[in-house]
Design a protein around this ligand. Structure first.
Ligand SMILES: Cc1cc2nc3c(=O)[nH]c(=O)nc-3n(C[C@H](O)[C@H](O)[C@H](O)COP(=O)(O)O)c2cc1C
Ligand SMILES: [Fe+2]
Ligand SMILES: [Fe+2]
Length: 395
């Protein structure tokens, strides 16, 4: 296996992944040689792949088959580069990927596979193919090596996060395990969140295979306990639908400190009650962080004022992004200041309805100008009710 760290990119052109991501490629060798998943096609990444291959004693020109589990260019971008050094290889992929391999790279030496099709590489190495559509592209499939019972799962069971010298689950320190759990949540929420229904089907398909190792396209390889990442992903599907950790995420914004004052009181209450929370100022936080934090928490506090008859724009944008990622069913509570007639509340409702988020709201608290004692008391009682709901939803 080859693991390459990629930093300083915007993943999918938009996610600022401050902890990097790995691109994993796998070689399966019988009499014939196959490479499963590849790498991005620019900035010298294919050359690094060739160098790494040579280090493990594989001449790139000896590769017979490119298994394209998923056509997204983070895995397939190097195909055109590879074509320059070798002409007689065959791409193996689903029919949907074949169409894209042709439209993106002009490739037509393709063998299309369907559920259960196999490829015998010789010397007992047999690959079988299992489409798992819409995680997160329509073309995606699993490749399974029958002898070693290895599932090459591509984006499924993946995580963000750069890798140190080791890549197997049994080699990770407890800190690294926590790191990849957290980066797994970030990855799931950013990349897979919209496709939770399909992820559930892919989990069911994985259960039909006898798996000893899970080897994803990003993140650690699970050879000691593949069940762990299956269980984690199952849990993440529940986070997408309203469960979450026993913690609160606060999305906030405040122009002149009126809403911030009420937020200060809210934090005092959370501390007094011993509740874990993270606080994101929507105007400063990146989308990756916002989506991941909203996704992971069982309850959300929205602290934002009215701005031009609507919800404070950075907070509105953050909530819309969570909605686009289909983060549904969270317990939530909003409070905020207004100057004359308000309007934030209407837009909040609009965002929640438009995205069919179905969040379970405690009645909002709005106050004119600076929050008074009675406003702070209403905020406090809202928070206490939110904590109750959080505890019901947490896992
Ligand atoms: C640019 C701007 C636009 C505003 N638009 C509205 C508005 O449409 N309706 C309203 O009731 N208040 C409006 N306000 C008033 C704020 O909601 C009010 O000042 C509130 O106290 C701000 O709370 P903050 O200090 O937490 O940002 C606006 C204020 C600013 C600076
Ligand atoms: Fe992908
Ligand atoms: Fe990927």
């Amino acid at each position: 296996m080859l693991t390459m760290n990629v930093d300083e990119i915007l993943f999918e052109g938009m996610w600022d992944i401050m902890n990097g991501v790995t691109l994993n490629s796998y070689i399966v060798r019988g009499e014939k040689t196959a490479i499963i998943d590849g790498v991005i096609g620019w900035d010298g990444v294919p050359e690094t792949l060739y160098k790494n291959l040579e280090e493990i004693g594989v001449d790139p020109r000896s590769i017979d088959y490119l298994i394209v589990n998923h056509m997204e260019p983070d895995h397939s971008g190097w195909i055109s580069n590879f074509r320059k050094i070798k002409d007689d290889f065959v791409i193996i992929c689903t029919d949907k990927a074949a169409k894209m391999v042709s439209s993106f790279y002009g490739e037509d030496k393709v063998r299309i596979v369907k559920e259960g099709d196999t490829l015998d590489l010789g010397k007992g190495k047999v690959l079988s193919f299992h489409p798992v559509p819409n995680v997160h592209w329509p073309d995606t499939m699993y490749t399974y090596e029958t002898g070693t019972k290895t599932l090459f799962s591509c984006d499924m069971f993946g995580a963000f996060g750069r890798m140190e010298e080791h890549c197997f689950d049994d080699e990770l320190t407890p800190e690294e395990q926590d790191f990849f759990e957290s980066e797994g949540i970030r990855y799931y929420s950013n990349v897979m969140g919209t496709f939770t229904a399909s992820v559930k089907k892919a989990i069911e398909k994985a259960k039909t295979l006898d798996i000893k190792t899970i080897a994803p396209g990003h993140g650690p390889v699970y050879r000691e306990n593949p069940q762990k990442i299956i269980d984690d992903y199952a849990r993440f599907t529940r986070y997408a639908e309203g469960a979450g950790k026993n913690e609160i995420t606060i999305l906030w914004g405040s122009m002149y400190g009126m809403t911030a004052k009420a937020l200060g009181h809210a934090e005092k209450v959370l501390k007094r009650e011993g509740i874990r929370y993270s606080k994101l100022e929507a105007a400063r936080a990146g989308d990756s962080e916002i989506v991941a934090s909203v996704f992971r928490a069982a309850a959300i506090i929205i602290a934002a004022p009215t701005y031009e008859y609507k919800l404070f724009p950075p907070v509105a944008a953050a909530l819309s992004e969570a909605g686009r990622k289909r983060i549904t069913g969270k317990a939530a509570f909003r409070f905020g200041s207004y100057g004359w007639s308000g309007g934030a509340e209407n837009e909040l409702k609009e965002i929640i309805e438009r995205n069919r988020m179905n969040w379970d709201f405690i009645e909002s608290v709005e106050f004119e100008g600076v929050p008074k004692e009675e406003d702070l008391a209403r905020v406090e009682s809202g928070i206490l009710r939110l904590i109750e709901k959080m505890k019901e939803k947490a896992e």
